[in-house]
Design a protein around this ligand. Structure first.
Ligand code: NAP
Length: 293
């Protein structure tokens, strides 16, 4: 079994890649910083000396890098669209997209489309897309998708995480009739590098430090946070279109269960519109039967 995990050098992606490798999967660690990826691979090998790992450069904020990465991948059974950035100051990707939408959604949209032939060549291919409970506050702002007129860093994060779910569910609909299963998952609140200085809630250092402390106290470990993603990646009978998250207090912690998504995430008209726009923006076209064009 061959798997690609994006953002595999840190947090949820590192645990996911490590556990898949420990159970015998051949794992490609897709990382924007190859040095960090190699250090992560060494860490995994420290606990699992037989792990079959390779590190490949993938910058989701650069479609040229996404294309270069996809060209190097042969057979593929499992793609875990995990990498993400949160609440970054206003920035653009190499292709001019707002950074959070560009990295979290558009980069993964392009990657999945380009890897679809490799996935569809396998008997039981699966795509897991990592969203967040914060998708609930999200709205796809088709009039200002890239936040050029008004940018709110948390709003942009929620928009990108809603886009992740709309994409995962629409992919499942479009893949009907193929063996592909598209599922989504979220880790609850997990202590990782995501809550870095980039994602300050306010501009007050003391308040930010307070928030960071609260998050550290409430959050579960990255190991625990990865469980819904691993469940979504490996549970044999999980139906396509499922959404998995932690079953404990307000889905912030606990063991994996099927969870509900917002009505906006299930809106098929929005999903279709976002899909078509994503094809136009990335230049990656999927055909109606789920094959990448
Ligand atoms: N932690 C939580 O509480 C939480 C809650 C809900 C959802 N999530 C979701 O879980 C996923 C994993 O996040 P995490 O918590 O594990 O955070 P993390 O520790 O910060 O890991 C994020 C990973 O994404 C990578 N990444 C960022 N930009 C990239 C790009 N342009 N190209 C390729 N890789 C890129 C990072 O690489 P670098 O190390 O080079 O920066 C890192 O490997 C994200 O999708 C996030 O939205 C997390």
């Amino acid at each position: 079994m061959t798997a690609v995990v994006t953002g595999a050098n840190s947090g949820i992606g590192l645990v996911t890649a490590g556990e898949l490798a420990r159970r015998g999967a051949e794992v490609v660690l897709a990382c924007r910083d190859v040095g960090k990826g190699e250090r992560a691979a060494d860490r995994i090998r420290g606990a699992a000396p037989d792990a079959r790992l390779s590190v490949r450069a993938l910058d989701l904020a650069d479609l040229g890098s996404v294309r270069g990465f996809a060209e190097e991948i042969g057979e593929l059974d499992l793609l875990v669209n995990n990498a993400g950035v949160m609440a970054t100051p206003y920035r653009k990707t190499a292709d001019g997209f707002e950074m959070q939408l560009g990295t979290n959604h558009l980069g993964h949209f392009a990657l999945t489309g380009l890897l679809l032939p490799a996935l569809l060549a396998r008997p039981r291919p699966r795509v897991v897309t990592v969203s967040s409970g914060m998708h609930r506050g999200g709205r796809i702002d088709f009039d200002d998708l890239n936040g050029e007129r008004r940018y709110r860093k948390w709003g942009a994060y929620s928009q990108s995480k809603l886009a992740n779910l709309l994409f995962a569910f629409e992919l499942q609909r479009r893949a009907a009739g193929t063996a592909l299963r598209s599922v989504a998952a979220h880790p609850g609140l997990a202590s990782t590098n995501l809550q870095s200085s980039e994602s300050r809630m306010t501009h007050n250092r003391l308040t930010d430090a307070g928030w960071a402390l609260v998050a550290r106290l409430i959050a579960q470990s990255a190991d625990q946070g990865a469980l819904p993603i691993l469940y979504a990646a490996t549970e044999p009978d999980l139906p396509g279109g499922s959404y998995v998250g932690p079953g404990g207090f307000v889905e912030m912690r606990g063991y994996p269960v099927l969870v509900a998504s917002s009505a906006a995430a299930r809106d098929q008209a929005t999903a279709r519109r976002l899909w078509e726009l994503s094809e136009e923006l990335t230049g990656v076209r999927y055909l109606d039967d789920g094959q990448a064009g």
